[in-house]
Design a protein around this ligand. Structure first.
Ligand SMILES: C[S@@+](CC[C@H](N)C(=O)[O-])C[C@H]1O[C@@H](n2cnc3c(N)ncnc32)[C@H](O)[C@@H]1O
Length: 332
């Protein structure tokens, strides 16, 4: 006899994953950007994308079901969500995240293998990946780094801040965007040598990037030079083991003046019960496929590391995405 729960479970599988994958394909093909000027028939859209109409139209109907497009007498059109977030050039654009999402979802397919083998089945080794892969990852992370700066500015005041170092800053999108919004702010992007050199061309094209200098280094081994008003570690602690995370936070705090603020942010900050936010719980699964020891860490673990680095008290903001920002001051 079939378990009465089975149809519901099958519906869950059919609802979320195919919707997300259709959206990913739409982002990769830039379907939404090509519909920015208004509705288009599938033949016209296929011609402008240079693809086969029959195949494309299957995806377009799927995107209608996914509630990203609508189908009208005059063709396919973006629904408001797609028009706001998936059209290149719009301030809210996140469509460029497809390279990162595609890497993360490939990794998610390998969870059972990672658990069985005890090793990350989609190992991401910052030293070993090719320049092409690393550059794709930086491009993929860039839109979210830029929009993270908006989250930072919504929740924290940078108006008195004169210098900020973005440690493991990747593309530099966060620090550049903070600088663009604050004319008196000088930024530093601190990252491993190869990442930092791949970030340089992205920074050049990012508003505020001209006020960001680049420093090479390994935060687990050494601090950035000088004393700054703020240091940021976004999506960095979660790629490190517990010991390395503690050392990274201690080294980051050494680059702060007394009274300066350390910000730790990313999708991998968990409540102490490890059941929320949802995104951090699921990312914790993804991390085991990517990193030998990277993980989502709890608020209490962060509090302990910060206290050992001479920082406190901790203030935590949880964002609608499930990501979080922890802030603490360096005690004098
Ligand atoms: C997941 S990415 C996050 C990038 C960026 N902070 C963002 O939010 O988009 C992790 C970054 O940490 C850097 N990283 C990893 N280990 C590091 C280390 N030991 N020292 C400095 N940077 C490191 C990587 O090169 C990469 O840029």
């Amino acid at each position: 006899m079939t378990d009465p729960m089975a149809p519901e479970t099958i519906q869950r599988l059919q609802a979320g994953i195919p919707t997300a994958l259709a959206m990913l394909a739409g982002m990769q093909l830039e379907v939404f950007t090509h519909l920015a000027a208004g509705p288009r028939r599938s033949t016209e859209l296929a011609a402008s994308l240079g693809v086969d109409e029959e195949r494309l139209s299957r995806l377009l109907y799927a995107l209608v079901i996914a509630e990203l497009l609508e189908y009208r007498d005059d063709g396919f059109a973006n629904r408001p969500e797609a028009a706001r977030f998936l059209v290149k050039g719009q301030p809210g654009y996140i469509g460029g995240m497809h390279e990162l999402l595609s890497q993360l979802w490939h990794a998610d397919m390998l969870t059972a293998k990672s658990i069985r083998s005890g090793h990350p089945a989609a190992l991401h080794d910052y030293a070993a990946v090719s320049d092409e892969e690393m550059a794709a990852m930086l491009r993929g992370m860039h839109p979210s780094a830029v929009s993270a700066a908006q989250d930072f500015m919504r929740h924290f005041d940078f108006s008195q801040c004169r210098s900020v170092v973005d440690i493991g800053g990747g593309s530099g999108g966060l620090v550049a965007t903070l600088c663009a919004a604050h004319p008196g702010l000088q930024g530093t992007l601190f990252d491993l040598p190869r990442t930092a050199s791949l970030a340089a061309p992205i920074l050049k094209e990012t508003p505020g990037g001209d006020r960001v200098s680049i420093e090479h280094g390994d935060i687990v081994r050494a601090s950035p030079r000088g004393e700054h008003d703020a240091v940021v570690l976004r999506a960095l602690v979660q790629v490190l083991s517990r010991d390395a995370a503690a050392r990274a936070i201690a080294n980051a705090a050494r680059a702060l003046r007394a009274g300066g603020t350390i910000y730790i942010a990313g999708g991998g900050i968990l409540d102490d019960d490890r059941l929320a936010p949802r995104a951090a719980v699921f990312l914790n699964v993804t991390f085991m496929n990517l990193y030998p020891a990277g993980a989502s860490y709890t608020e209490s673990q962060h509090r302990e590391w910060l206290a050992a680095a001479g920082c406190g008290p901790l203030r935590r903001v949880t964002l609608p995405s499930g990501g979080g920002i922890i802030a603490a001051r360096k005690l004098g």
